[in-house]
Design a protein around this ligand. Structure first.
Ligand SMILES: [Zn+2]
Length: 323
């Protein structure tokens, strides 16, 4: 049973907004686009694993996607792509969607990807998953949860990538590298290692609420993270047909100066973008500037039409944007 669905993470959503709104010549644009492409590929790869996870029929097996949990006694967090909770053991799965030839280098705790003659290094995902398993073990211990074996796996979802290992790469670690189609047999194998049931029905419930309660989305300030200033962001309403900026307010809707299209609700996306990049509330003046509206009265009409909750009074009056 899927207890926590996989969806685009907040960071991925924010990066997508940023890539649409970052001024075209900004020096960090390439960095933003590369990170966005990597996260999109990651998300697609995780989706490829879902097909096999959906084949699990045992109702006592629970699956959690994209958990972000606190590292005990620190202010930091660790992230798990997929966690499989069974009555016998837990399995942490780090999912990688990497194209090209992948070489596991035992010396440097890294994998080296060769694609079109270019080499790039990534963290060794087996060790990465191992560290997540260790953090999870500590967290459960800290929360006084029953001790349960935690296994870890690195799953490579790109079916045409070629994986090789250095001669000295440990056999034990090698066995943790899988393809999505191997997942179910791996789980069977783990079950044969731990045939004794450890988690009762009530424990399964307890761990489920423990995980969901301690999970928190990554609220990073995406602009600060990429060294981007407010004035580097393109303002205005974006045309939903030709994606150009800015649209012009006309007859209670929006007209595109580029494709001449007319749309009614395009300001909704713009305000969504505002909320992801800046703040989850907006004043009349901020809305007027961001949406390129001609007057305070028009801004008020647009905002009032959304029936948003508000806070403050007079000059501090702000509309709370939907999250
Ligand atoms: Zn247009």
């Amino acid at each position: 049973m899927i207890k926590k669905m996989r969806k685009r993470t907040l960071k991925l959503v924010k990066l997508e907004v940023l890539s649409r709104r970052l001024s075209p010549n900004h020096p960090n644009r390439k960095h933003v686009e590369a990170d966005l492409a990597m996260m999109e590929a990651g998300f697609k790869g995780e989706k490829a694993l879902d097909y096999f996870l959906e084949l699990i029929t045992d109702k006592e097996i629970n699956v959690f996607h994209d958990l972000r949990l606190p590292i005990t006694n620190t202010k930091h967090y660790f992230q798990i792509d997929t966690l499989i909770v069974t009555p016998f053991f837990l399995a942490v799965v780090e999912v990688k969607n990497i194209r090209g030839n992948i070489y596991f280098d035992h010396l440097a705790d890294q994998i080296i990807r060769t694609l079109k003659g270019e080499q790039e290094a990534f963290q060794d995902p087996v060790n990465q998953a191992g560290r997540q398993a260790a953090h999870l073990e500590k967290l459960l211990e800290h929360k006084q949860f029953r001790k349960v074996p935690i296994k870890h796996l690195a799953c490579f979802t790109n079916s045409i990538s070629v994986i090789t290992f250095s001669n000295k790469y440990p056999e034990k670690a090698k066995s943790k590298v899988i393809r999505p189609r191997n997942l179910l047999e791996k789980l069977e194998h783990f079950k044969s290692l731990y045939p004794q049931r450890i988690l009762a029905k009530s424990d399964l419930k307890k761990i489920s609420s423990l995980l969901l309660k301690n999970h928190s989305d990554n609220e990073t300030d995406i602009l600060a993270q990429y060294g981007i200033l407010q004035h580097d962001i393109v303002t205005g309403v974006q045309c939903q047909s030709c994606f150009s900026f800015p649209m012009q307010r006309r007859y209670g809707g929006w007209g595109c100066l580029n494709c001449q299209g007319f749309q009614n609700g395009s300001h909704l996306q713009a305000l969504n973008d505002y909320s992801f990049l800046f703040k989850n509330s907006i004043s009349n003046k901020e809305a007027r500037l961001f949406l390129h509206l001609p007057s305070a009265l028009t801004a008020m009409r647009v905002l009032k039409s959304m029936h948003l909750p508000s806070e403050g009074k007079g000059s501090t009056y702000r509309y709370i944007l939907p999250s």
